[in-house]
Design a protein around this ligand. Structure first.
Ligand code: AKB
Length: 314
């Protein structure tokens, strides 16, 4: 990995990935692209390029101009927004990935890294310790695009020997850039409201468990997977897990530090999405093959989140 291009570089994960990769590879070797305006993390002066992932010619131009060897394809429409506009989610998630894979194939990019999600699983997958290989029958358009994306990446690996790598992220909790359009966004919203001293109305029921991960672990996971020795990878897509949490667990953890925090539970259409996903996933293949190991548990994450959010909001 010498020169990387990141799509969705201003999103929740992309914006922190840019910072870490720039530290590791040097600013000039990380080409940040997005359809959104550059954020505080991704400054225009440090090499930001406007890119709609549906514009294949522009993607190809940037790949050639900067002699890119690895693409981190992070641009996607998430589950909740995807249910409000499934056709848009299909276009952005499927055509966007296809453009990335085709440009990579045509222009000789060595590696494409693109996250999948727990949304690839549907209601018929085992709820606890869901294995890597199990029925994949998602009931959201986002999940449909994630399953198809996993298969497409696998196809490009088998057919064209393109080194494609993917990991199934759980919900990601972050202090720096807010998520947008996901079902698991409530977890971040809870912390932000708590630190601002505001009550929170949670759209997911108090006792609904979902798999989660703190952002520093999520960044480390994708970078470690991208950098792993290809001989060690026995599959193209890996489950990665850190914590099984209900909204009630997060509320209680926050209350240890901010006892005044109040949450009211009023589930909406996103409850059904959350209920279609696993509660926890089995990531032993990632641990065995490339040494994945999460570092944050709920309380360590809550302490860090509150400290960081206080600096931003107080
Ligand atoms: C979402 O909620 O849609 C995402 C995800 C689990 O992939 N955070």
């Amino acid at each position: 990995m010498k020169r990387v291009l990141i799509t969705g570089a201003c999103g929740q994960i992309g914006s922190e990935l840019v910072v870490h990769l720039r530290e590791a590879l040097g600013k000039e070797n990380v080409i940040a692209t997005d359809i959104k305006k550059p954020s505080q993390f991704v400054k225009e002066s440090d090499g930001f390029h406007y890119l709609d992932v549906l514009n294949r010619d522009e993607l190809a131009r940037l790949v050639v101009e900067f002699d890119v060897d690895t693409i981190f394809h992070m641009a996607a429409i998430l589950s909740a927004r995807g249910e409000q506009n499934p056709q848009l989610a299909y276009r952005v998630n499927m055509q966007g990935l296809m453009n990335v894979l085709e440009v990579a194939r045509e222009k000789g990019v060595a590696r494409v890294v693109c996250p999948s999600s727990i949304a690839a699983f549907g209601p018929d997958a085992p709820k606890e310790n869901t294995p890597d290989d199990t029925p994949l029958n998602p009931t959201t358009m986002y999940g449909v695009t994630k399953v198809a994306g996993e298969k497409l990446m696998q196809y490009y690996f088998l057919k064209y020997a393109l080194d494609t790598r993917s990991l199934r992220y759980p919900g990601i909790i972050s202090s720096e850039t807010a998520p947008g359009g996901g079902t698991t966004d409530y977890a971040v919203d809870m912390y932000v409201h708590a630190v601002k001293g505001e009550p929170y109305v949670c759209y997911i029921d108090r006792d609904t468990p979902l798999p989660f991960m703190y952002m520093p672990d999520a960044i480390r996971a994708i970078i470690e997977l991208a950098a792993a020795d290809s001989q060690r990878l026995k599959r193209r897509v890996y489950n990665v897990h850190a914590m099984r949490l209900t909204p009630g667990d997060i509320e209680m953890s926050i209350k240890k530090y901010l006892p005044e925090f109040q949450v009211e539970y009023r589930p909406d259409y996103r409850q059904e999405i959350a209920e279609s996903w696993p509660h926890s996933i089995d990531d032993h293949n990632a641990r065995t093959d490339w040494g994945w190991h999460p570092r944050y548990d709920l309380d360590a994450m809550t302490r860090d989140m509150i400290e960081r959010l206080k600096q931003k909001h107080q």
